[in-house]
Ligand binder design. Sequence first.
Ligand SMILES: NC(=O)c1ccc[n+]([C@@H]2O[C@H](COP(=O)([O-])OP(=O)(O)OC[C@H]3O[C@@H](n4cnc5c(N)ncnc54)[C@H](OP(=O)(O)O)[C@@H]3O)[C@@H](O)[C@H]2O)c1
Length: 313
Amino acid sequence: MITGIGYGCMGLSGIYGDSHDDQGIATLQGAADLGVILFDTADVYGSGHNETLLGRALGKRRGKLLIASKFGLTSQVGESRGVNGRPEYVHQAVRASLSRLGTDYLDLYYLHRVDPDVPIEDTVGAMAELVQQGLVRQLGLSEASAATIRRAASVHPIYALQSEWSLWMRDLEAEVVPTCRELGIRIVPWSPLGRGFLTHQLTSLAPQDYRLTAPRFQGENFQKNLEKAALLAGFAAEWGCTAAQVALAWLLHQGSDVVPIPGTRNLSRVAENLDALKLSLSSDQMQQLEQLFPPGSTAGERYPEHLMRTVNL
Ligand SMILES: NC(=O)c1ccc[n+]([C@@H]2O[C@H](COP(=O)([O-])OP(=O)(O)OC[C@H]3O[C@@H](n4cnc5c(N)ncnc54)[C@H](OP(=O)(O)O)[C@@H]3O)[C@@H](O)[C@H]2O)c1
């Protein structure tokens, strides 16, 4: 059963600036020592590097921890929009992930993006075979629409939906969250800190930073959004905590079925983020946050146009 706060490993493969494997391993092992149970990776992060690193770091502790990985996002030439949900690929991908992770099962296996060219029933049908074979314990989807979640759940129980959800990205609250709740599906918000933005520690970006591809991190949008991040940091200071903790606590207050997976290369920040579990926000404080970040109020989309076409499918 997933609960609390997990750890997102993506940033340990150089996605948001340099990462060093020794530091990554120390952070992963330290996170487990601090009580993190759920570790989230994907085959596409660093083209396999992230899964290999996680496997090296967790080693003998693996049995006490939950490992979630994902497949289906691929940059191989010839794949439709870089997405592959074909049944034969499902079987191929899981074996490669297990080998890199050095384990013989995954606790949770997500389809990273819905393949528009393959009926979801076919993809999930193949994923269900992995459960029957003992390679995977539970199934998940990422960035799927409410209609797709329903179709998928009619083939095999879906344990979790992993989609972007945070104070500055609230699109899924209207339809997807109620659908998950109706079907008993847990929600794993990715980038719960808005890729670092909501911490208000990220006030400028290096020209090569990956985040600059997203309109909300660009030019005027970024400046407008920063004004709100500054106000969030002001609330946090007043409330005796950090902006990161407020952003995480806001998600945790949505329900015990919500399990955010913040990522960081720094162990001290893992500890800081876990302390959000101790933060109790009053209804007045929740209301102040709702007023500062109403749905749809962030300037700019979260992805460039071609990638916006791959979400909520
Ligand atoms: N399913 C999907 O499509 C999808 C997409 C993206 C991500 N994910 C998953 O979600 C996980 C988390 O998302 P994310 O890494 O994109 O974004 P995030 O957790 O919202 O933010 C990560 C960024 O915040 C910084 N940070 C973390 N804690 C901080 C703190 N307490 N104070 C200041 N800065 C802090 C990190 O910098 P430092 O490293 O410098 O601390 C990093 O740059 C990923 O690791 C991945 O597992 C899934």
